[in-house]
Design a protein around this ligand. Structure first.
Ligand SMILES: C[S@@+](CC[C@H](N)C(=O)[O-])C[C@H]1O[C@@H](n2cnc3c(N)ncnc32)[C@H](O)[C@@H]1O
Length: 225
């Protein structure tokens, strides 16, 4: 049977009724297995933007941000709650887990804050989640964070663009071409580069876009599974 490439994802068949695998053809004409995905610390879903054909549950603790996510991905299940606790309580319900714990306490900017009298501990939730997923989660997983100001306590699986990724599957190279500094650029530049049009009046739009993973990179990673 041959499948024509299409813009919208088509679910073609139930391959194995006992195991309930659903196989579909994505926009790049790849044969994919439909997964139940948990998207932790969802933000505006930069990492998730190009995932198609999967069942996604997004967890975000900021209701305003979640409301933006809801408008961008109306088909996803969304929950406004603590992602760290949700992971512990619900990991068994998913095939693939992506986690993007908050980066401010790990980022290189932390060192310059010292000059302003701001000192803080790096948030160990990042490493708690990596260790937890590695030892207790049976599916595929990836944890994303910024390249920190210190030597990472656990060696990342891959370093791509501005991020370290820890995962239980290999992640190949991916080049992100951009000719601007993400931390200094405008909302408009980020909108164009990410291809994410935020709803009119979105609060802190520039910051939300700056925090987002470049969508083709999120797609590249899910395609490695
Ligand atoms: C780095 S951003 C996520 C970016 C996202 N992966 C993307 O590509 O667009 C981290 C998000 O986690 C949210 N957050 C912080 N602490 C949280 C918590 N305990 N539970 C759920 N969400 C949280 C923040 O509001 C922020 O939107």
């Amino acid at each position: 049977m041959s499948f024509a490439p299409t813009k919208t994802v088509k679910i073609f068949m139930l391959q194995n009724y006992e195991q309930k695998y659903i196989i579909f053809i994505d926009n790049s004409n790849r044969c994919m297995e439909k997964m139940k995905i948990l998207n932790l610390y969802a933000g505006i879903g930069g990492n998730r933007k190009l995932w198609e054909g999967h069942e996604v549950t997004a967890i975000e603790s900021d209701w305003n941000i979640l409301n933006v996510y809801r408008q961008l991905f109306p088909e996803d299940t969304i929950l406004c709650t603590d992602a760290h606790q949700y992971l512990l309580d619900h990991h068994k319900e998913y095939d693939f887990i992506w986690s993007s714990p908050p980066c401010p306490t790990h980022s290189r900017a932390s060192t310059s804050l010292k000059g302003w009298g701001i000192v803080r501990y790096p948030d160990m939730a990042l490493y708690q989640e990596i260790i937890f997923l590695k030892h207790f989660f049976k599916g595929k997983w990836v944890v994303e964070n910024v390249i920190p100001y210190y030597e990472p306590l656990i060696k990342p699986t891959a370093t791509l663009d501005r991020h370290h990724f820890w995962s239980n599957f290999p992640i190949g190279d991916f080049e992100v071409k951009r000719d601007y500094n993400v931390n200094r650029t405008t909302k408009e530049m980020l909108t164009t580069h990410h291809g994410i049009e935020l709803p009119e009046g979105t609060k802190d739009a520039r910051k939300l876009l700056r925090n987002a993973v470049y969508p083709p990179l999120g797609l590249h990673i899910i395609n490695q599974i």
